[in-house]
Ligand binder design. Structure first.
Ligand code: KE4
Length: 433
């Protein structure tokens, strides 16, 4: 190991003394790839620097919120200006109205928005609303799609295709897991089967329309349309979790790109401009069931706080101001990275492939298409681990898991992409020996 790591190691030792695993969220611990995570001191644009002064090109980007990179001046200024006027009141404030109006203007299926403080909170609110509106209790989700750490969605597939879920974590009661069925993403037959067996009991089908939490797995043609048709036919609600894809793939999210409108949309990450946020959006006749307009209770002390709302409004406002040019830029950079990495895998004879949607991509260590979580789990995770550490040593900071996405921001440059591709070439050439 050539880069200095002393100060990060010292801090991680202190962190582990006072925080479980030394982190505030498990993926950051490097548990999946081994080794010690660098403790990050600051970020600017496409780069971050750790406590020992090592600089990295950052493709984690906090797992998606930083569409404009670290500390874009127009967001930083919005935060500074708001911080001096009051960061939270526990009362209505103008910034939340501004951000809600921007979101409603961007996503046709969203007429009203309820802000919360995380994607998981948005998922919990959506599940409760779907159960209240439908009078049913069962939820269908896809293996490998992640919606936050809430009991009813921390569930794995049961033994059979149409059997009900089993807990994905200790502490999730079996009776809660049994109210959730888990099917393979992109599997039309499984979707038909679950509705054939449980249709009248199903309150909602929730999925990432473009999956990012098993690595990047796009929907097969017509899969989303089939989900829309089946849920409508059986009186169940369709929930698109766009926490990651919302404003990432397009201003109108994956639902705009694939032209399928869900009943409810989850948002997060980008709409907070880097500050903690989540949101639930949908048509007025559903959203009006939420307290205080309706009986379905949902609340949060810091929901819609002016600081997050101003940062989010700055980000979403810039997205809408730049429009197609922004997404063309992000797609071009993502495409250059995909092409460069693919050429490296061919040159070095490494069995790896890039799957990408705009500025989200994953390098899967397999030659086969990854269409669902079972495919993703067949990848060579040891090969990914070696690649991950070799890239880290060369100053490229990747998500520490085969099952995460790389994020390209508007702050990344062609020079960053060239440096990343060169690092991959060096990493895989060295690995070949
Ligand atoms: P949060 O509760 O972490 O704000 O959002 C949960 C969530 C919901 N839906 C989707 C599609 C998501 O990607 C997420 C969170 N994404 C992970 C990254 N795979 C966050 C990283 C982490 O857990 O530390």
């Amino acid at each position: 190991m050539s880069r200095p790591t002393r100060r990060s190691a010292q801090l991680m030792a202190r962190a582990r003394a006072v925080m479980p695993g030394g982190v505030s969220s498990p993926v950051r611990s490097f548990r999946a790839v081994g080794g010690e995570p660098p403790v990050i001191a600051n970020g600017a644009g496409s780069r971050i620097t750790d406590m020992d002064g090592n600089e990295y090109i950052d493709y984690v980007m906090s797992y998606g919120p930083l569409l404009f990179g670290h500390c874009p001046p127009f967001i930083t200024e919005a935060i500074k200006a708001t911080a001096s006027r009051g960061v939270t009141f526990g009362a209505p404030s103008e910034p939340e109205v501004l951000l809600a109006e921007l979101i409603v203007s961007a996503i046709p299926s969203v007429e009203q928005v309820r802000f919360v403080n995380s994607g998981g909170e948005a998922a919990a609110a959506a599940i409760r609303l779907c159960r209240a509106v439908s009078g049913r209790s069962k939820i269908v989700k896809c293996a490998g799609c992640y919606h936050g750490s809430l009991d009813s969605l921390l569930v794995s597939a049961g033994s059979g295709a149409a059997t009900l879920g089993v807990p994905d974590s200790p502490g999730v009661p079996i009776r809660v897991a049994n109210d959730t069925a888990v099917i393979e993403f992109n599997d039309h037959a499984a979707l038909e089967e679950i509705f054939r067996v449980h249709g009248p009991e199903i309150a909602a089908f929730i999925l990432e329309p473009v999956a990012g939490n098993m690595g990047l797995v796009p929907p097969r043609p017509d899969y989303l349309r089939a989900a829309r048709e089946l849920t409508r036919r059986h009186g169940a609600l369709l929930v698109f979790d766009e926490v990651m894809t919302g404003f990432r793939l397009a201003a109108g999210g994956a639902q705009q790109i694939h032209d399928v409108q869900p009943d409810l949309t989850l948002l997060g990450k980008i709409i907070g401009g880097g500050l903690p946020v989540g949101a639930l959006g949908g048509p007025r006749d559903l959203m009006c069931r939420l307290a205080p307009a309706g009986p379905v209770y949902q609340a949060g002390t810091l929901s819609g706080n002016p600081l997050t709302m101003r940062a989010g409004a700055a980000a979403v406002g810039e997205i809408l101001r730049r429009g197609h040019e922004l997404y063309e830029t992000l797609d071009r950079l993502g495409g250059l990275l995909e092409q460069g990495l693919t050429e490296v895998f061919v040159r070095t004879g490494v069995s790896a492939r890039v799957q990408r949607a705009g500025s989200m991509l994953t390098v899967f260590f397999t030659e086969s298409e990854v269409a669902n979580f079972s495919d993703a789990r067949r990848c060579d995770t040891q090969g990914f681990t070696r690649f991950f550490h070799a890239m880290l040593e060369q100053g490229i900071y990747l998500p520490p898991s085969q099952f995460e996405c790389w994020f390209v921001s508007a702050a990344h440059t062609e020079a960053d992409v060239e440096q990343t591709v060169a690092a991959a070439q060096a990493a895989l050439t060295a690995a070949r020996g």
